[in-house]
Each structure stands twice: as C-alpha cells, then as structure tokens.
Design a binder for this molecule. Structure first.
Ligand code: SAM
Length: 241
C-alpha cells in the first residue's frame, strides 16, 4: 500500500532532514494555525496532533500555550521514535500514541476529549471517504468551542494549476540548493520532485470540498485561512452548543 511508505526509515529521515526547505512559508502556516487556536471559543488546554510525525506542530502548540498538554498520534514507528525525542523536554505534558487513522478505532487510542485538534500534511494520505469520516470523528472528540486546524496538501483545481504548483515547489527547492552551494539545474530538481518516493501516497482533495465536509459534520466558522497553490491551512470550530 502506498501510505505504508511513511513507515520506511529512509522516507522519514529524508522528510525530516528536508522539511524546513521542502515546505515554503511553513512559519506563516504555523502563525495562522496559532492565531486560529487563540481565537477559538475554547482555550487549547488538551491538544491532539494527528499524523504528528516527529510532533513538529504539537511542539509549536505546547510552546505557545504553556498550560497545554498534548498527544502526538501517528502510525509510523520511526516517526514515533522522533516524536518521543522531540517531546521529551515537555515531560508529562506530552504523550505519544501509535494508531492508524485509516481505522476508526484510532479515537479510542487517542482518548479524548480534546480542546483542539491539529494536523500537518497527514490526512491527505487517506482515501476521500475516510477523510470525511475522520472529520466527523475529530468533531466528536472535540469539546464544544474547540478548534480543528489542518495544515494540508490539497489538490489543484486544474492540471495547469497543478503544473504551476510543481514548478513553484521545484523553483523553491532549486533556490535553496543554489544558496547552499549545491549544483543542480532547475529541470533536475523538478524531475526529482516529481519522482519523490512519497508522492504516490498523496490522495489530494479540493479545498472547497474539504471545507464542505467540515460544515456537513457540524463545524462552524469553516474556512481556508491561508493558501499557496496546493498548500493550505483550513479548519473550523465546534459550536459551543
Ligand atoms: C508528511 S508527514 C507530516 C509529519 C508532520 N505532521 C509534519 O507536519 O511535519 C505525514 C505523516 O502522516 C503519517 N501518516 C500517514 N498515514 C497515516 C495513518 N493512516 N495513520 C497515522 N499516521 C499516518 C505519517 O506516518 C507521517 O508521519
């Protein structure tokens, strides 16, 4: 199965080594996520990071909200190992849980309720029908007034825009390499980007559709609050009553 690619140590270490370079404007995505958590009707005291990887997002949230505790949930043993190391300084404020988001039983493993659920570039590995069900499961795990914020890879609306996204990514990666003194042509970088091992594991859904799914399962104030081609930060709040 394609998604099992994230259990491979080589894919995990490549992603973690390159993430800062790979994802343009990650800082901006994070600041939009934190702004949404601050604006939620309910303060984020207990937070869940879905498909947490090395718990990058949970770490950002625990640093921003010193009263908060959190759970990093993922199904990849090498990622979970990285999450344990990254979260060690938080002691009992952070917990790591192994569970598969493809199986609705993940909710019991996570042991809710939560005041906020965040996710970074993980839910797009699930089939569309499962994404939709997952949004309903997240809604059920949230306390009234809680927030769900997803930093996500979404689909382009046309092949032409998908091509533009890939060119933008390749251009971004090429500039980073050039600045680091590494030798590669823009065409080589684009070819490499298109051939990356985790690419086929992406099952991208349109942002409009995902926002509609969130509204349908009951979320309020649903919107895409930041977007750069296929990179988006979107979510909503569970109504207070
Ligand atoms: C691109 S990485 C993102 C990691 C991290 N959230 C971040 O923002 O950098 C995708 C993560 O989703 C996890 N993942 C993919 N499918 C999953 C599933 N079915 N259940 C749990 N985790 C999953 C992978 O193991 C990986 O850690």
């Amino acid at each position: 199965m394609h998604e099992e690619v994230w259990k491979r140590p080589d894919v995990v270490s490549r992603y973690l080594n390159e993430r800062a370079r790979l994802l343009p404007d990650r800082q901006q995505q994070v600041s939009v996520l934190l702004r949404l958590l601050r604006a939620a009707p309910r303060a984020p005291r207990r937070v869940l990071d879905l498909g947490a990887g090395d718990a990058f997002l949970l770490t950002v949230v625990l640093e921003a909200f010193p009263e908060a505790t959190g759970v990093a949930l993922d199904y990849s043993p090498p990622m979970l190992g990285q999450a344990r190391s990254r979260l060690a300084p938080f002691g009992s404020r952070a917990q790591v849980v192994e569970a598969d988001l493809g199986d609705p039983a993940w909710g019991q493993a996570a042991a809710g309720p939560f005041d906020a659920v965040v996710s970074g570039f993980a839910i797009h590995h699930l089939a569309h029908e499962r994404k939709r069900e997952l949004y309903a499961e997240v809604f059920a795990l949230l306390e009234p007034g809680g927030a769900f914020v997803n930093c996500e890879h979404v689909s382009s609306s046309t092949p032409r825009l998908e091509e533009l996204f890939e060119e933008m990514m390749a251009d971004h990666l090429w500039r980073q390499r050039r600045d680091a003194g590494l030798d590669a042509t823009p065409e080589e970088v684009l070819r490499e980007y298109r051939a990356r091992a985790d690419g086929p594991a992406n099952i991208l859904a349109p942002i409009e559709e995902q926002c509609r799914w969130l509204r349908e399962v009951g979320f309020a104030d649903v919107d895409c609050c930041w977007k750069l081609f296929e990179l988006a930060v979107f979510g909503g709040f569970r109504p207070e009553r």
